[in-house]
Design a protein around this ligand. Structure first.
Ligand SMILES: [Zn+2]
Length: 225
């Protein structure tokens, strides 16, 4: 049986943003605890983080800042939802790939899919409107999660609805609906949904990292930004 990773490697670059955005317009962004530039930014403020990321994108003459797979981050310790009070179980390791671009940006299905589930996850610091797609290609089944969408993205869609590769599935939300973040897409690949519906952990603790690393392969393998 083909493994998921070798299948992704065999594919051409897949797009969740407008395919006309050139590769050169994507710039890597480090939001980890190792980025000293963030010491002077109030990362608990969606406005301050938005300003930092927007000026970073502008300075690099890019359109999209991306990154974050397995990145250890300080930006979650503002919310009790991530267990910041307990260093053992604090969830601060990011399991998806973030694409930082303006609210309202259209989001596309990277491969043919059907809608597995969707939900507005309304905890502080959570995803806000979220869609999970199910992909069944050859003998392989896996899921992709899209977090921090607009509320409108959840209107007029149905579980089981089929989508062609490249079909628009959503638009990005702003900080008033997306869990209070600077606008960005959280894109995550998931092998086993473990019964979750319209949601799946996007951040884990170091104790659980080995499991989640396997269940959530590197999205860069698919998007090849
Ligand atoms: Zn994310």
């Amino acid at each position: 049986m083909t493994t998921l990773v070798s299948y992704f490697k065999s594919l051409p670059k897949c797009h969740v943003l407008d395919p006309s955005i050139k590769t050169e317009a994507y710039i890597p962004l480090d939001l980890s605890v190792d980025n000293d530039d963030l010491n002077t930014v109030d990362v608990s403020s969606s406005i301050a983080l938005d300003q930092y990321i927007s000026s970073y994108i502008k300075a690099k003459r890019a359109k999209v800042a991306y990154g974050g797979y397995l990145e250890k981050r300080n930006i979650y310790n503002r919310s009790a939802y991530f267990n910041a009070a307990n260093p053992e179980t604090e969830r601060n390791i990011h399991l998806g790939l973030d694409l930082w671009i303006a609210a309202g940006t259209p989001i596309f299905a990277p491969l043919e899919a059907k809608i597995h589930s969707f939900k507005n996850n309304m905890n502080f610091g959570d995803y806000g409107p979220t869609i999970v797609l199910e992909h069944h290609i050859k003998d392989i089944r896996f899921y992709t999660l899209y977090g921090h969408l607009s509320l409108e993205s959840l209107e007029n869609i149905q579980i089981g609805q089929t989508l062609a590769k490249g079909q628009q599935i959503a638009t990005l939300g702003d900080s008033t609906v997306n869990g209070d973040y600077a606008p960005h897409l959280h894109f995550q690949i998931i092998k086993d949904m473990q019964g979750h519906v319209g949601d799946y952990p996007g951040v884990c603790s170091s104790l659980d990292l080995e499991f989640y690393k396997k269940n959530c392969p590197d999205p860069n393998l698919l998007l090849k930004p």
